[in-house]
Design a protein around this ligand. Sequence first.
Ligand code: ZN
Ligand code: ZN
Length: 369
Amino acid sequence: MADRMAPFDARQKKLRTRIRQAKADALLVTNFHNVTYLTGFTGEDSYLLVTQDSATLVTDRRFTIQLAEECPGLDLVIREPGQLMLPTTCEMVRDHGIERLAIEAASMTVATQQAIAEKLEDVNFVLDVGWVEELRTIKDKTEIEATRLACWQAAKAFEATRALMRPESTERQVAAELEYQARRFGAKRLSFPAIVAVGPRGALPHAPPTDRRIGESDFTLIDWGADSGLYASDLTRMVVTGRLSPKFEKVYQVVLEAQLAAIAAIKPGANCEAVDKVARDVIDAAGYGKYFGHGLGHGTGLEIHEAPRLARGQDKVLLEPGMIVTVEPGIYLPDWGGIRIEDDILVTKTGHEVLTDVPKQLEDCCLDL
Ligand code: ZN
Ligand code: ZN
């Protein structure tokens, strides 16, 4: 049991260093994903107070069995029915003798902060601007394995769904099939609602699925991912079900070349803007620069979009071993469609490893219906 909790102990230890550096006595973790990251607990409505020598979760009766399974040994303050979150939390802060309390600026509401301030007049607040989020950018072994599994589940779901695609299948049906297949291969759910965009709808980088049918166009963009329990994967592939036009072929090769070049640039020490630029330069040189209107990629993890971002303006952020980022260049031509190719890449000590294994050469896109 001790072993299973070891990654969480290690994460809490790193956080304590950060709390000390900020000269705070404790951090009140209110972001649900951050609570999960630090404890393994996947329920909601619970706050975690991390001091230099303790970590205590304020939760309620609904979660006692789940807590015993997910994080045995964690100190708990269990609210009884009618016992409210805020007063219970304040009492705990007072019991620990905390004078400087760090709060998560990104998740705590102003109303909550003011209510705590009223109840605990002697407590000074320290703003935590993404401390846990920063720790989350570097994945440990268990996180990498969970992501690997999510990538595998996504690949299997796509393979099965692709085989079932028919000219009369609608975008919605393909999206539903992906979800079903991902679950069949053990995923908890898709990591976000799948994007299935037939033909011109692919020009919207985040097209919600409609009743448009696969057979209405020559190609379809599919962006999906699996959630293996806690960790997410995120891929995009093109499926050509009709005529393979010279235009498709040309644009596809540019996107693929941009993606492969950017992946090749991923290694420890590479800056996040420079990696984006590698892909952007390839697309610019081909004359499609203004049709690539988003950043190259993002971190994945407990959430589908995490730090770091591979994008302009991120030149101060350097890649480190253990980071997992997507690389997803795209070219979107209004009234014609969009082509995007997306994979998940682990930064390793010596370079990188592509975690997603779905064929993506031009011929791999073609599907005989
Ligand atoms: Zn995606
Ligand atoms: Zn993505």
